[in-house]
Structure formats: C-alpha cells, structure tokens
Design a protein. Structure first.
Length: 112
C-alpha cells in the first residue's frame, strides 16, 4: 500500500481510494525519520500492533473504524522505517534513541 508522505494519504490500489492518515502520526514519524531514530519507530510500530490486537480482541463493539485507523498508522510507521533502511552495500547506522542522536550532532566534551 503506497504512501504519499507529503499529503499523509494512503492510496489503496484495490479500491482506488485515498484515505487520510492521522496528521499527528505523520508528523511523529517524519520527526523520527529526520532524527534517523529507527529504535523509536520500531517501538512505536510494536505498540500500535499491540493496540490493534487488543482492539480486535474486544467483544460487544464494532472496532472496524478504529482498527482501520491503526492499520493506516502502521503503514505510515512502516514507510518511515523503510526510509531509514541503509542502501545496499553500506554499513547500517547504530540504532539509538533521541539522546544518542543529539549527542552525535552536538558532540561531547571531556571533563578535565
């Protein structure tokens, strides 16, 4: 399912329709892609999958709309992770959190 990151829309080839993805999720993923923080995106993906599984296990309600929204968010996160894949033949970047990326960008000072 291709994503158009600039518009935040997913295009469903089978149904020829476009759906809007949560703007908040799109901005979150874009921010972590810019920070090159793969670990946070992997954690976010795992969390959203867990929420989807819990939602699908609920009885007595129709979770179809909520499940569809989470599935769209999963596609956005997966597209972000795809952007962080290393080109073939290159060494993968160290996976770290925001603090690690910040430390790399500003450098560290030695004490003394």
């Amino acid at each position: 399912m291709p994503i158009t990151p600039k518009t935040g829309a997913l295009f469903h080839a089978e149904t020829q329709e476009t759906t809007n993805v949560s703007k908040a999720m799109e901005l979150i993923v874009t921010g972590y892609v810019k920070l090159r923080d793969r670990r946070v995106l992997v954690d976010l993906l795992a969390h959203r999958r867990k929420v989807l599984a819990q939602l699908e296990a609920v009885s007595g309600i129709n979770p179809e709309n909520a499940a569809k929204a989470i599935q769209e968010e999963l596609a956005v996160i997966e597209a972000g992770l795809e952007e962080l894949k290393a080109p073939p033949g290159s060494l993968p970047e160290k996976e770290c959190s925001w603090g690690c990326a910040l430390t790399r960008s500003i450098g560290t000072k030695s004490a003394g």
